[in-house]
Ligand binder design. Structure first.
Ligand code: UDP
Ligand code: MG
Length: 346
């Protein structure tokens, strides 16, 4: 393909936003995105059109109503399309559904709570247009506003997982990205159920530019992540992108075998040379408990992988949609997609 007719010449953009109980944040987000869309359209090489894909992840508040409200508006400079899940499937499933629905040449993923500032989009867009990158990703440079223990554990997690996995997982990486079509298709091709997005992006590779930015607080509502949920998520990440714990379990097993062998020899030799003075109960118990504990630990590790394999082999869908829909194409500006164009694409 010639360089000049690359889809980057006049691309359409999809913005994918997973929403779980975001009735308060969504209107703020929609307004800010409208402002940023106008900014994008005013660039020397503006995008052809922009669509906002909202994925309602089984919200229990009025999020879906807010989405319907947004979709009915015809004054927005972007088209609103939505998918509503049958229940809460988690953010990772929401992102997958959104990427699947996205029709854009470029696709952005971001949170609804304004922690991923839409104002960064024009810069990300311009960076992608240079053709030097396949994906513009963001990472926060500080963890301000976060409990110190949480930050400490997060750092530890990134140190460990990068040692034991072949996916390059960046500390502080957000799920806020702007990607070209090939990257989106690569991510969609990874149709695993245990979706650890940060690992998936690291694993697929591509030329990624990292934009650092300062952490911002949520615009409204509160985070859905407790410390416990985060810890489990970290373990999921390890299991999804590394088999190192299994290797450690094997090495530990081998080590204990050697120790046991040496101890057996010592005991036999000692009994032959000095007789058997029925002593040594403490050492016996210690060894017994240690080995027993190590066995249970290793069994647990194996069990974790077995459980993951079990879930994957069932090939259950990553999400179930209860409802899908789309609002009108934007009226304002001649740059919006025409209805005829819509027919071709759908
Ligand atoms: N989210 C979701 N499903 C969930 C939890 C969260 O779709 O089960 C969405 C949420 O609406 C938000 C994004 O994922 O748009 C990030 O969630 P949150 O702000 O709670 O996480 P944090 O920014 O604290 O990591
Ligand atoms: Mg957030």
């Amino acid at each position: 393909m010639e360089k000049n007719d690359s889809p980057l010449q006049h691309p359409s953009i999809s913005v994918v936003v997973p929403c779980y109980n975001e009735e308060e944040s969504l209107p703020i987000f929609a307004r800010e995105l409208a402002r940023v869309t106008a900014e994008l359209m005013a660039l020397p090489t503006p995008p052809r059109s922009l669509e906002l894909i909202l994925v309602d992840d089984g919200s229990t508040d009025r999020t879906l109503e807010v989405i319907h409200g947004l979709a009915e508006r015809d004054d927005l400079p972007y088209q609103v399309r939505w998918t509503s899940f049958s229940r809460n499937f988690g953010k990772e499933s929401g992102l997958y559904a959104g990427l699947e629905a996205a029709r854009g040449d470029l696709v952005a993923t971001m949170d609804a709570d304004m922690q991923d500032p839409p104002a960064l989009l024009p810069q990300m867009y311009s960076d992608l247009l240079t053709g030097a990158w396949d994906s513009i990703a963001t990472r926060r440079v500080d963890r301000a506003g976060e409990p110190p223990i949480r930050s400490a554990f997060a750092r530890l997690f990134y140190r460990i997982i990068n040692k034991i996995s072949d996916a390059d997982i960046v500390d502080g990486a957000r799920d806020f990205r702007l990607m070209t079509r090939p990257v989106v298709d690569a991510v969609l091709a990874m149709a695993e159920r245990n979706r650890f997005t940060k690992g998936i992006y690291g694993w697929v590779g591509f030329r990624t530019k990292w934009l650092p930015y300062e952490n911002v607080d949520r615009a409204a509502g509160e985070t859905k992540w407790s410390f416990f949920k985060l810890a489990l998520y970290a373990l999921d990440g390890v299991a999804a992108f590394s088999t190192m714990p299994l290797a450690i379990a094997s090495v530990l097993g081998g080590l204990f075998c050697i120790i046991a062998l040496v101890m057996a020899i010592v005991v036999v030799v000692r009994a032959i040379m000095f007789g058997d003075p029925v002593a040594g109960w403490p050492s016996l118990m210690t060894a017994l408990l240690l080995v027993g504990g190590a066995q249970l630990l290793c069994l647990g590790v194996i069990g974790q992988y077995l459980a993951k394999a079990y879930v994957e082999t069932k090939h259950r869908p990553i999400y179930l949609a209860r409802e899908r829909g789309e609002g009108p194409l934007p009226q304002t500006g001649a740059k919006g997609a025409t209805p005829a164009e819509k027919d071709v694409r759908s």
